[in-house]
Design a protein around this ligand. Structure first.
Ligand SMILES: Cc1cc2nc3c(=O)[nH]c(=O)nc-3n(C[C@H](O)[C@H](O)[C@H](O)COP(=O)(O)O)c2cc1C
Length: 250
């Protein structure tokens, strides 16, 4: 099983509490699942430029910036892994800019449920406050891409020390490791209400757009065609779409 951890911290190795906690979490998962293979990527390995807002991803199905930075490779790795850990430090009450750049560049994925059923864990690390907010935001972004977010881990580091102490935090990490492995076997149980709502409203508006564009002899944006090609238009719920995906991959 391939587990990819994306660490959106600007600080390097030994200084970053986010990286340190991610490594600890990987250790906990590894003890439960000895054949898991981990890849931990940090920002120095993930050069991701800010989105320029051209909307080519929605309309044409590709990002013209992908050839200019590490994003194409990153997309491949995210799609390819069996489970994903997304970890961010708290910057200005939210996720880091690195993390936001990554999310913006993945905006199309929210419109076509690119990561449907991908088991995920979300981790955020703060000095003082904002950890819950950052974890909730990051989690919701992944949920609307279709991810099965098994747990959110909002953590607070202690003073200038790197170790986030306390039995409570450690117990939450151990429990999150269990949940992630559970989500690998049962992703349908971790699809969120938020994602279901997004699915229903996209399906409705894409259908209306398709009808209008057909009547007026115009083609549809790539995201609408992809939604239909993936069979999502005919599914009554995101759960049904996941079951259909499972059958197609079996
Ligand atoms: C630009 C910047 C903004 C920050 N904003 C906040 C904040 O809003 N709230 C907070 O409690 N800590 C804030 N911090 C502190 C970081 O969350 C904290 O140092 C965290 O450990 C950084 O992650 P790292 O150790 O992986 O580098 C900020 C740090 C930086 C560099």
């Amino acid at each position: 099983m391939k587990i990819l951890a994306l660490v959106f911290a600007a600080r390097r190795e030994e200084k970053s509490a986010t990286l340190r906690m991610t490594n600890e979490l990987c250790g906990m998962i590894g003890r439960r699942c000895p054949d898991a293979a981990f890849e931990v990527l940090t920002m120095s390995e993930l050069p991701v430029q800010a989105c320029v807002g051209c909307k080519s991803c929605f309309l044409e199905g590709f990002c013209p910036q992908d050839g200019e930075d590490g994003m194409a490779e990153l997309r491949r790795k995210v799609k390819d892994c069996d489970a994903l850990i997304a970890a961010t430090p708290v910057y200005m009450c939210s996720v880091s800019g690195w993390c936001k750049n990554f999310l913006d560049r993945c905006a199309r994925w929210c419109h076509v449920f690119e990561l449907l059923g991908k088991p995920c864990l979300v981790l955020s690390v703060t000095a003082v406050s904002g950890s819950e907010r950052a974890a909730a935001y990051l989690s919701e972004c992944l949920e609307v891409m279709g991810c099965a977010v098994a747990a959110r881990l909002p953590l607070q580091r202690q003073g200038d020390g790197l170790v986030i102490g306390g039995e409570k935090a450690r117990a939450a990490m151990e429990s999150a490791a269990d949940s992630l492995l559970d989500a690998v076997g049962h992703p349908e149980q971790y699809l969120s209400e938020l994602a279901e709502g997004q699915f229903q409203s996209l399906r409705q508006s894409y259908r209306a757009l398709e009808t209008f564009r057909t009547l007026t002899g115009q083609s549809c944006p790539d995201e609408v065609n992809t939604f239909r090609r993936r069979g999502l238009m005919g599914c009554a719920s995101l759960r049904e779409a996941l079951r259909q995906k499972g059958r197609a991959e079996a």
